[in-house]
Design a protein around this ligand. Sequence first.
Ligand SMILES: Nc1ncnc2c1ncn2[C@@H]1O[C@H](COP(=O)(O)OP(=O)(O)OP(=O)(O)O)[C@@H](O)[C@H]1O
Length: 590
Amino acid sequence: MSKLTESIADLKANAGQWQAFRTEGHCVVLAPPGSGKTKLLTTRVAYDLANRIPRPQGAACITLTNPAADQLRERITDLGVESRSTLFVGTVHGFAFRRIIAPFARAAGRSDAANLQVADPRLARRLLDQVVDRHFERHEKRERRLAKSTIEHNRKQLATDQQWLRSEQRIVQAGRKYEQELRQLGLMDFDDIVRFAVELVEGDETVRKALVACYPHLYVDEYQDLAPGLDRLVRALCFDYRTPVDLFAVGDPDQAIFGFTGTRPELLIELAARPGVTRVPLTVNYRCGIEIIRCANRLLADPDREITGQRSGGRVEAHHEPGGFSAQVNAAAQIVRTATASGTPLHEVVVLCATNTNCESAAAGLRAQGLPVYVRGSEYDRTPATQLIEGLAAWTTLGRERSGHRLSDLLYGWRDAMGNQWSKRGESKLVEKMLELRKKVDAPATQLIDDLELLGFTSALEKVRRGDDVASIGDMVVALTNGSLRGHTITELGERARNVDRIEVTTMTSGKGLEFDVVVILGAEDGVIPFFASAEGSKEMNEDRRKFYVSITRAREAVDIFYSGFTVTQYGTRKYNPPSRFIRQLGIIT
Ligand SMILES: Nc1ncnc2c1ncn2[C@@H]1O[C@H](COP(=O)(O)OP(=O)(O)OP(=O)(O)O)[C@@H](O)[C@H]1O
């Protein structure tokens, strides 16, 4: 039986999943963690492409972040889906730029959008800081913070002139100046991408018709994380005009954790309530042991929300470790050893921390204990370009089966990146290089990048105006030559594409969408999670609580949460921090 047939058979056994799977027209699935939302979505994509969407038509499968898109791609590939030029699996920003702005802006008369490069996000952030600094006095720290967050908020919400004018004049001026300076540099930032794409789709019927012809089906994972601008894009494609794209969206408002990007989880609820949309709730959590579900549910605003489990058992425990964070890491190492001694593979254990700094300390501490550690992309952003390089490295050194990468998919990624610089000859040379490198798996990873450069990889990305991808390759090269990945071989770079036999260490945010047998949470002090600035009852506090909820619900079997009762400041002084209030709310300490 193929994996797709098996997966369909699983869905058939669950009435809700089966209803959603068979829905014709728009369908929105609202469901808790582990209830099979991604399984349902990926199975629908695979089934639809095999049976309902004849070539040359395709589909767009989108989510918010690159790591989530990576997961989606992996799961879709695993179900046997073959690449096609009209199949897009990636982030919503990637879709907006690569599949809307790049091909259509010029033809639609938007030469302003057609000539701009996507800015390296760090450069855009620096530019905003500089512009705001120039508009405020040195001592006006609070005002500067407010100005930055207002500008970011307004840009993400695609605020109208009227909405902008509700803010202080200096904020409005700084916002305009920031945009002007970006344009003078020939750049657009991520918020511009959304705005241009929305304007193109809302304002041009030919663009809409072309998109519907290429991507008659739109699948959105983690819909609760889409900011209002992106939600407008989806609505414009699927509801507001006569040639609608079929929408299949899944999400969970209780897992909305990207408030800083302007998301409003209620948009998902509104979407599900629209006329013409079949709303399907799911209630069975297949992932977590029942005790984990019971505990996690105590964190919810609506603790009576109906969530049942399929797995018995499960354990959530809190541990007071008076020796501080490093003692927590050592205790975590012991938990890992106990788990592996009873047969749990290392890659079925995740260590989650609220901050990047704690992740780095945890990774260093676990390595010092002799444990192999996998850190999900902290040295460079996992953009489609760096993911492609990792994928090529993995395919070259580990082969098709072990790497999980098909050469044909990688070549589609190559074609997409090269844009109009792609040639059959260049592609044949790439394959030749990959086959040559199979004999040199211990060569430095930089050799692979040098080979790609000779084939014009970065200059093509520049020509297709993907400045964010170019910046991520630059960071990858720095990490491999002078940074923490110095000396990595092609094999080691390929191993970064997929975690095998290592403990995963990542932030609570990046752990979203993943699942493990054992979850260890470190640094669970009040002030860290929830963050000290999150006031009781505020939306920030609710978001911190959801982050904790998401973290706990990654586990199938066990959750171990550590706290010390204090943190150490950057000046080395101890600061009293009680255990996270969320541990109390779980009902496992008094
Ligand atoms: N009908 C089913 N039968 C068996 N296993 C299932 C079924 N539905 C889902 N699962 C399994 O449950 C687990 C969780 O599924 P999935 O990751 O799709 O859930 P999710 O709702 O997307 O989770 P989250 O929102 O927490 O990321 C996976 O291991 C999946 O294979």
